[in-house]
Write a protein of this length. Sequence first.
Length: 450
Amino acid sequence: MTRDHWGQVQKELSKTIGQNNFTTWIEPLDLKAVKQGTAHLTAPTSFLGNYVAQHFGEQILFQLSLINPEIRKLNFDVASTGSSTPKPAAKVNKTQDPKAADATLPGAPLDERFTFDTFVVGKPNELAHAAARRVAEGGPVTFNPLFLYGGVGLGKTHLMHAISWELKQSRPDLNVVYLSAEQFMYRFVQALRERKMMDFKSLFRSVDVLMVDDVQFIAGKDSTQEEFFHTFNALVDQNKQIIISGDRAPGEIKDMEDRIKSRLQSGLVVDLHPTDYELRLGILQAKVDFYRKQYPDLVLAPGVLEFLAHRISTNVRVLEGALTRLFAFASLVGREITMELTQDCLSDVLRASERKITVEEIQRKVSEHYNIRLSDMIGPKRVRTYARPRQVAMYLAKTMTSRSLPEIGRRFGGRDHTTVMHGVKRIEELKAIDGQMAEDLELLRRSLEA
Ligand code: ADP
Ligand code: MG
C-alpha cells in the first residue's frame, strides 16, 4: 500500500461522497501505515477522526480493501505535531463474528484455490468455463448478466472466484465485488436498520464488476429482491458487468418476481451440467498431482481413481472430500492406497452414493414439481394436468431405476406395461422438441440425485 494507492482511494471517495464532503473530511487525512490488517490513518484533530470514522469509515474501508483485501480495520490517530505520541482517536473494526464481518465490506473473501488454473474443464462445464473466461478478460461487456447455474458442487463459486482473481491481475483499475446473495441481503437489512441506505446504494453503484452468488437465496424476500433489482438495473445502465449464479435456470426460481427473472435471462444463461466420468477422473488426477507435493512418498494403486470416478457421483465437493480423506488416512497409517484401503476408508461415502432411487420418491418429487396430489398422479384420471406429470414420472422411473415396465405399471395404480412404454416414449419425444420439458426433466433428475 503506497501513497499512490491512498491517492487512488481518495479519488474514488471523492466520486461517491461529493466534493464538499471530500474537501472537509477526507482530504485532511493521511495514510501512515498498514499493519496486520489495520490501516493507520491520521487526522488533524480527534473530532475530525471520530467524525470520519463514524460517517465514512465503511466507505474508506471498502475502497482500501479493494486495493488490499487484507485490510479489515481502520485506526485513526491524531497527527502528531512533533512532540507527543499520537493519541488514538477512533477505530473502525471489522467485527470478530465472521458473519458480521462480511457486513462491513461488500466483497466477501476469495478462496485462493479457486482459480482458472485449478479448474478442470470437461464437456459438462466447457461452456460455463468459456463464458467465465470471457468476462474475466475485462473487455467490453458483451453479455449482461452472465448467469451461471447448476447443481450443488459443480463449480459455480469456483468460477466466480476465478473471474475475480483474474480481473484483479489484468484490470486492477476495476472495482470487482463478489458476494453471496445472502450477504447482499444481510448488508441491505443492516443499511435499513442503520438508516444508511444512501451509503448502501452508492457503494453498490460504484462497482465495475458485480458478482452475486446463489441468487436463489433472495427468492421470496421481497424488499431485498426489490433492492437487488434496482442495483442490477443501475449497473446494467452504466454498462457494468454483472455475474450471477443460481441453483437453477432463472425462469425456474420460485418466488422470484417475473421482472427479475426476465432481467436475469436477458444476458447469457449457461448451465453447468452434472459431471461425467471423464471430468471426475480429470479432477481427481489434478488433485493427486497437487497432493503429491504434500505427500511425496504416497503410493496409489492402479484403478483407485477410476473406481472413485465411477462410484462417486456428480458433486465435486464430495469427490474432493473423499480423496482428501483417503490421502490423510493413508499418510497417517503409513500405508499404500490400495483398493481395499479405499473401500475401508470411504465405506460411508460409497454407501451414500450407492443410494437407490425408488419409484415412490420419483412420484413424490414429480407431483410436488407439478403441484398435483400424489393420489391424482397414481389414480385413474386422464386429463392432461395429471397425465403429463404421470408420464414424466414413468419416464424417470424407467431411466433412473432398474424396475421393469410391468413393475413400474404396478406402482402407477396397476397400469399395463404398454401404457408405461407409451408414456416413456411420449416424454422422450417431448424432451427433444420442448425446451421446457427438457428443463423440467433435468431439474427433477438433479433433485432426485442430490
Ligand atoms: P458450487 O458453487 O457450484 O456449489 P463450488 O464452486 O463450491 O460449487 O465447487 C465445489 C468444490 O468442487 C470446490 O472445491 C471446487 O474447487 C471443486 N470443483 C468444482 N468443479 C471443479 C472443476 N471443474 N475443477 C476443479 N475443481 C472443481
Ligand atoms: Mg457455490
